[in-house]
Write a protein of this length. Structure first.
Length: 606
């Protein structure tokens, strides 16, 4: 029998007509002068008021209707994070259609599956390169299973073109579309990596989105979101977490700007001075690393001071979880280091942040204690596309570093007999798009099986202890299914086994073993003595080039963020005798990863 259920009251009631678009329209009409966005225009940043934004949403919706979009149709957005992404998201809803996000780094193979499976009629691209990737899916293109009819490019005045084409559409037609929306209606199809290869289309309804956004704003974690507050939206809006927070921020009346260049993010954070920073663990790791490197480059004394400050913050934070609390000495150290170190780190993210939110993959406990100890808590949460983003989160009134928090308002959690975490609630989806088999496999009497193993303590705090499936989540929050890439690499005769790694790491790597007989032939063809050990050959340029060719074949099927950056050749093949494979020749991943942990560590050494 599953464990006891732990649930959090929703704290609100939604009617069938309640949805995020309707709440936005009400806000914009009641408070038209609120500044909802800052956006770049003519080499400067300009404000977009609620009234102006609503006008743009309706004008774009008219353009979609003029382009032939009917209620229930799917419209793809193939772009990095920018103002037009948010604009078109609401406009697609206003036209009665559903949005289909595509990551801007997606490969042609991924684009093909998403467009053909979703049946998207219209697509928005960002750059000329994106447009060229979409053109083969148009009626005259080579992909005949595509239903794509038109592409509008943001960088080529696509939004302006769309508005112009819709100028003759009556507002009453738009009003009829959005007023007809009900909670069970499809709002988005978001494709998420699966363990069997092809991504699954997650059907998110208007009811799912509404519950998620209302829940975030009702929860303590949402207290930062109200008119006058600022946020920089920099994670991909194709990712359900950033999109949920962005939509919540907009319908609360707070202000946001968009930024997609992570390499210059610090400059933008200092310009905007945001009150909330939403990032994956890797973002906060980089903040810490940048501060450390700056201190270490300054002098040996600076490096020592930083490390002592970090130690003091961690000790102080850990003491907060004890009954006695921090000592006077610990408080004094934190006060001292705040002037010397912490204030500079907080200034690097703008100096006005109340707190940060992180999800997508696990944050190390030391890093969590470091930020909390310095006075900038990073609240870790948990969720999946299937739960419409956050179903658990820590916050100021309930924070346990090392956990992903308690269920968000209206969500419930339990652990099944296999130790797997399950969730239910109005924010949880009910099915996958065109995939009844996956739907049946994923749900147990209304409870969604997450595929993650975990525990729930007596206070309802959820801890993730492992993965039931092999899905990898990088430190950047990217979900990667290793199976398809491993299969491609193994097709090379020289390669016996390939195991993709990267869970919680900054990039994807792979462990490779070589086929003994093929290696003998390779040695003979390259005039290498047969008795030369593989450990001595592992760095041979010719051998590595052969392996790299196989890796390149796999990388061609995925996006840049999913691509394998490094590989390591193991000194022997895997075997059943070493308990690394089953009798049916399936790799025991956990055994291999434990046995070759040193090799994995070397992949990520600087």
């Amino acid at each position: 029998m599953p464990s006891k259920t732990y649930a959090t009251e929703s704290g609100f009631t939604l009617k069938d007509t309640d949805n995020c678009l309707r709440r936005l329209i009400t806000l914009c009409r009641e408070q038209p002068h609120l500044v909802l966005y800052y956006r770049p225009r003519n080499y400067e940043w300009v404000s977009v008021t609620a009234g102006e934004f609503l006008t743009e949403v309706f004008e774009a919706a008219k353009g979609l209707i003029a382009a032939g979009v009917e209620p229930g149709d799917r419209v793809a957005i193939f772009s990095s994070t920018r103002y037009e992404w948010s604009l078109m998201d609401f406009a697609i809803w206003a036209a009665g259609a559903a949005s289909v996000p595509i990551y801007p780094t997606s490969s042609t193979h991924q684009i093909q599956w998403i467009l053909e499976d979703s049946g998207a009629k219209i697509a928005f691209s960002e750059t000329r390169d994106h447009t060229q990737l979409l053109e083969p899916f148009l009626p005259d293109g080579v992909y005949k299973n595509s239903r794509l009819e038109r592409v509008y490019e943001f960088n080529a005045s696509g939004v302006e073109t769309l508005k112009f084409e819709g100028r003759s559409v009556e507002q009453s037609l738009v009003d009829a579309r959005w007023e007809a929306i009900r909670q069970p209606d499809l709002a988005s199809i978001i494709y998420t990596s699966g363990t069997t290869g092809r991504p699954k289309g997650v059907e998110i309804t208007h009811g799912n989105w509404a519950h998620q956004c209302w829940a975030l704003l009702e929860n303590k974690i949402g207290e930062v979101s109200y008119p006058g507050q600022r946020m920089v939206t920099f994670l991909p809006l194709a990712h359900v977490l950033m999109r949920a927070v962005s939509i919540s921020w907009t319908i609360s009346g707070a202000t946001q700007s968009h930024w997609s260049d992570i390499s210059t993010l610090t400059v933008e954070l200092q310009r905007v001075r945001p009150n909330l920073v939403v990032g994956v663990p890797r973002v906060f790791e980089k903040v810490r690393e940048a501060a450390y490197n700056k201190a270490a480059d300054g002098s040996a004394v600076g490096k020592r001071v930083f490390l002592e400050a970090e130690k003091a913050a961690i000790e102080y934070s850990r003491a907060l979880d004890t009954e006695a609390g921090p000592t006077r000495v610990q408080r004094a150290k934190v006060a001292l280091y705040d002037k010397l170190v912490y204030s500079k780190i907080k200034a690097a993210v703008g100096g006005s942040a109340w707190y940060g939110i992180t999800g997508g993959s696990a944050m190390s406990q030391d890093l969590g204690h470091f930020f909390r100890g310095m006075g900038l808590p990073i609240y870790e949460g948990y969720g999946l596309t299937e739960t419409c983003a956050a179903c658990c989160v820590n916050h100021a009134d309930a924070h346990k570093v090392g956990t992903v928090g308690q269920p968000v308002n209206g969500y419930a959690v339990r652990i099944n007999d296999d130790g797997e975490i399950e969730f239910s609630g109005p924010g949880v989806i009910s099915r996958y798009w065109n995939n009844p088999e996956a739907t049946e496999e994923a749900f147990d009497d209304g409870w969604f099986n997450t595929g993650d193993l975990g525990e729930v303590d007596e206070d309802g705090f959820v801890s993730i202890t492992g993965r039931k499936k092999d899905l990898i989540v990088t430190a950047g929050g990217k979900n990667i299914s290793p199976g398809p890439m491993e299969e491609i690499i193994r097709q090379d005769p020289l390669i016996s086994n390939a195991l993709v790694v990267g869970d919680g790491k900054p990039f994807v790597g792979v462990l490779v073993t070589l086929d003994e007989e093929e290696l003998k032939r390779w040695k003979a063809n390259h005039n290498i003595p047969a008795n030369r050990k593989l450990s001595d050959l592992a760095q041979d340029p010719a051998l590595r080039a052969e392996v790299q060719d196989a890796v390149n074949m796999a990388n061609a099927t995925v996006s840049r963020t999913e691509a394998i950056k490094k590989f390591r050749i193991l000194d022997r093949d895997l075997s059943e005798q070493h308990d690394e494979m089953t009798p049916t020749m399936k790799v025991k991943r956990n055994v291999v990863f434990q046995r070759f942990q040193e090799d994995i560590d070397k992949l990520y050494q600087r």
